[in-house]
Design a protein around this ligand. Sequence first.
Ligand SMILES: NC(=O)c1ncn([C@@H]2O[C@H](COP(=O)(O)O)[C@@H](O)[C@H]2O)c1NC=O
Length: 499
Amino acid sequence: MPKALLSVYDKTGLVDFARGLINLGWDLLASGGTAKLLMQNNLKVTEVADYTGSPEILGGRVKTLHPAIHGGLLARNTEDDLNQLHSLGWDYIDLVAVNLYPFEATVAKPDVTLAEAIEQIDIGGVALIRAAAKNHDRVTLVCDPSDYNMVLDRLTRKNLDEATRRSLALKGFRLTSHYDQAISRYLDGGQGETLELYPVQSLRYGENPHQSAVLLGYHPGDTPLGGKVLQGKELSYNNLLDLDAAWRTVVSYKKTSIVIVKHLTPCGVASNDDQAEAYKAAYECDTVSAYGGIIAANRPITAATAEAIKDLFVECIIAPGYEPAALELFAKKKNARLIEMPDLEIEPKVEYRSVMRGVLRQQVDLGDPDQSGWKVVTDKQPTAEEMAAMKFAWVACQYVKSNSIVFAKGETTVGIGGGQPNRVDCVRIAARHAGDKAKGAVMASDAFFPYPDSVEEAAKAGITAIVHPGGSIRDQISIDLCNKLGLSMVVTGFRHFRH
Ligand SMILES: NC(=O)c1ncn([C@@H]2O[C@H](COP(=O)(O)O)[C@@H](O)[C@H]2O)c1NC=O
C-alpha cells in the first residue's frame, strides 16, 4: 500500500484530503497534532512516534526528524535502497503533505520576543519538504493546501506524472527559500533585503536584438504588468517599458484620460469626458511622435475611441477594458498588442533599478495628489482656467523624462519637451511643438529654474502662467521677470525628477 505522511500546521482541508487518500487505498502516518485531528474525525492513521518508536521530544522540536521518516522519503526507486529500508523494518513514504510554522506572521506581531520567533522556526517541516522535493522522482510533495484537490484528482485518474511532481517540488524549494530569507531578514534586524523574482516570460531580445532578455515578476504566476494580453504580437522589452510609463501616467489622472507614450516619455496627454475626444487631443499634441506609440486609457476603450485610433500605427494599447465593438475594430490591427489591466493601481509602491554592482530601491513618486501646498508667488493671480490647466500639466510633467517641460491648454498638452540635460532647451522643444497653441497656454516644469532663461523663452512663446516646484536660490529673479512680463507663477514645493 502506498504511504503518505501528513504533518501540517495549517490544517485547512486536511481531513477531506486524508479521507480521499484512505479511499484510494493509502496508509497514513501523521505527526502528533495532525494525527489527533484525523483520529477525532474517525480516520485511520499511525502516529509518527509509533511508527519510528521514538516519541516526540523537546516540546515538539523533534517530531519527524528520524531516519525511518527521512530514509522512507529519500530512498531511491532501486532494489538496493528498498532492501536497506526493509532490513531496518521501514518502508517507502510516497507522499508528504506538510506546511510550516507561521514564522512571518509571528514576527509581524508588534511585541514578539526573540524566543517566540525562534520557536516558530520550523526545522522538521523544512526537512520534510526538502527531502520529498529532492526525491520528487518518486515522492509527491504537497506543501500548499490549495493543491490537495488537484493531487487527489490526479491520483484518482492515475496521472500524477513526473512533471506534476517536479512542479510541486519546485513550489517546495521556493517556499523553503522564502522561509529562510524571512528568518535571516528578521535575525538581521530587518536590514538584509532579498528580492525574489519569478520568470514571467522570456523575451525575443532586450533593448536591441543582440541583447537577451527576460521578464521577471514578484510572484509566481505573474503576468506582464499584472495584465492580460488580449491580442497582438509578442510583447517586446521596449514595449514593456513604454507600457509601464504610459500606464503610470494615465492612472495618475482621475478624469477620463488618454496618454500616448514613445520611448518612455508621454508625447500627448489629454483629459476629456468624451474619451474619443481625449484621444484626438492627445494625438494632436505631437502627431509625428504618436506614430508607433503606446496608447493608455484609464477607462475601458470605447468603440468611438477605437474608431479614432483605427488609422494610426500603434505598438500597444493598455486599458482597464475594451467595449466589444472596440475589440472588433482592433482585431483588424492584428499586430497591435492589447493589454487589459485588472485595476487602476500603481503596484508595487517601491521601484528598483540596477546600477553597476548594485541595485537602487526607492518609493514610487506618487506625486502630491492634493496639491494643497501650491502658492502663487507673482503679483498676478492665475485665472481659474490657468489654474486647472496647470494642475493637469503638473501631472503630465511628472512622467516626462527630466528635464521636463509641459505646455497645456485646458486639459490637453500642446507641447512637451523632455530628456534634455538643460531645461531651457526643453522649453524650446515644447514651444516648437506647440507653435501658435503656446499662446495663452500654461507651462509646468518638473524642477525649479536655476536661471530666468526658461521663463524668458516661455514668455516669448506666449505662455501666461507657470507652475514649478520652486526652491532655487535665484527664484526671485524668475518671479521678478514674471511680474515684469505679466505672467503668473505658482510654486508647488514638490519636485518630480524622472531620470
Ligand atoms: N521538529 C520536527 O521534527 C517537525 N516535524 C514536523 N514539524 C512541523 O510540525 C507541524 C505539525 O505538527 P503537528 O502535527 O503536531 O500539529 C508542521 O508545521 C510541521 O512542519 C516539526 N516541527 C518543527 O520543526
